[in-house]
Ligand binder design. Structure first.
Ligand code: URA
Length: 211
């Protein structure tokens, strides 16, 4: 599946690291480090088209016009708790980004997203937002997060995950066709428990070493 609003980042380094992360034998330490590295690489692709503006600066030798990122600082919005793994990697390359958090948990029976926390930087209407969550599975959390963010009217919204599946992509595109999805892979399917197959298991548990 590849359409204009779904970007599969198939860079060899991204794919290699993802394969290592899928392995159930990967330790918490390796998993976390690989996610950090992979997210840094993804940030590079995801920010490829952020608007630029020309400014005048003085080098030690002369005055020149050069480009910088336009407007207010980007906002990374992490969906708690697993989003933190991607957030850290992205901040490696955009250290000045502002950070928002949305706390959502999946009701284990209905698989629907329930919000328990929402904290965003000021001036969201002037900002470009990148929402991060490692697994776009049913899409319920991502859809709810983007719905909440749209109430603040940001300049743009993108969604970044590590893995998704056809069901997750379809649900997200139906609810938010204007929000591009960036992912390292689109796996085969979602199982009846809301897990991606073949997937990598529970991303939060693997990042934090919980079970
Ligand atoms: N969340 C996860 O952590 N893993 C999945 O496979 C699906 C949702």
């Amino acid at each position: 599946m590849q359409d204009q609003n779904v970007h599969v980042i198939d860079h060899p380094l991204v794919q290699h690291k993802l394969s290592l992360m899928r392995n159930k034998e990967a330790s918490t330490n390796s998993f976390r480090r690989l996610l950090n590295e992979l997210s840094t690489l993804m940030a590079y692709e995801v920010t490829r088209d952020v608007p630029m503006q020309e400014v005048e600066i003085e080098t030690p030798l002369e005055t020149t016009r050069t480009k910088v990122i336009d407007g207010k600082k980007l906002v990374f919005v992490s969906i708690l708790r697993a989003g933190g793994g991607i957030l850290d990697g992205m901040l490696n390359v955009v250290p000045g980004a502002r950070v928002g958090h949305i706390g959502l948990y999946r009701d284990p029976k209905t698989l629907m997203a329930v919000e328990y926390y929402f904290k965003m930087p000021q001036h969201m209407a002037d900002r470009d937002v990148i929402v991060v969550d490692p697994m776009l599975a049913t899409g319920n959390s991502a859809i709810a997060a983007v719905e909440r963010l749209k109430e603040l009217g940001p300049r743009s919204i993108k969604f970044v995950c590590l893995l998704t599946c056809p069901e997750g992509v379809a649900a997200m595109q139906k609810a938010h066709p204007d929000v591009p999805i960036y992912t390292a892979a689109i796996d085969r399917e979602l199982n009846e428990h809301g897990y991606i197959l073949p997937g990598l298991g529970d991303a939060g548990d693997r990042i934090f070493g919980t079970k």
